[in-house]
Design a protein around this ligand. Structure first.
Ligand code: DHB
Ligand code: MG
Length: 222
């Protein structure tokens, strides 16, 4: 068995034992095949991790950048309960249509609002309108825009807000300081920005599993 297969099997073991995925979540994950980017939604154990973060922090108002099929949004919206207020930003109408149907099916359409269009514009409009601050932000969209998204997330945060940024390891490519890949440049700039802001406390963790070798960065706004 290859190392990647072992990583995937260990993920499957933990998911099988610990992660309660109902038919709606399963169907949502499968419906990512109808989006423009099949299969890049978070793994079930990452969905459960986000759900636990929401419950541990008591987050109610949640911002997501990058909806795709709505898989992670459903995990978070359910965890936050009936009073949840989830805003999720999506560029592509094709993806948003898939997500909308999934939110209906999951019974969370009343607590999840999709902002269609470039996320940079959507978050700027919320900043301009003085939108209520978010308790938790999940950034999981085009990686080249990570600096813009972090900047907006911080402006939409209050002391104690938790920000999670997905895919900040990317098979170890994040350490390539000569990379000309805009997504790697964007992620390295993100890490620099976090490092430079004394008000942000952060760590980053590498993960291996069914999504290969990747990881995420966890930030607390001070
Ligand atoms: C990609 C994006 C993601 O958010 C992810 O989890 C995996 C891959 C990508 O753009 O390739
Ligand atoms: Mg991702």
């Amino acid at each position: 068995m290859s190392t990647a297969e072992q990583w995937a099997q260990v993920d499957r073991y933990f998911i099988d034992k610990l992660v309660q995925e109902d038919q709606v979540l399963e169907a949502t994950r499968e419906s990512s095949g109808d989006t423009l980017f099949p299969g890049i939604d978070v793994a079930p154990n990452m969905g459960a991790f986000l759900s636990l973060l929401v419950q541990i922090t008591g987050a109610r108002r949640i911002l997501e950048i990058g909806t795709l099929a709505g898989y992670s949004a459903i995990w978070m919206a359910r965890a936050a309960g009936a009073e949840a207020d989830v805003v999720t930003c999506e560029l592509e109408e094709t993806n948003a249509a898939v997500a909308r149907a999934n939110f209906e099916r999951a019974g969370v359409a009343d607590r999840v609002r999709i902002m269609l269009g470039a996320a940079a514009d959507s978050v700027q409009s919320m900043i301009d309108q003085g939108a209520e601050r978010f308790d938790l932000v999940f950034i999981d969209a085009d990686k080249r825009s990570n600096p813009t998204y972090l900047d907006a997330a911080v402006q939409l945060s209050r002391p104690g807000t938790v920000i999670v940024i997905d895919n900040t390891v990317r098979g170890g490519k994040v350490i390539d300081e000569t990379s000309e890949d805009p997504d790697i440049i964007g992620t390295r700039r993100l890490i620099d920005m976090i490092a430079e802001q004394p008000g942000l406390t952060a760590t980053a963790l590498q993960t291996v599993g069914m999504k290969g070798w990747d990881g995420f960065t966890l930030v607390r706004v001070g």
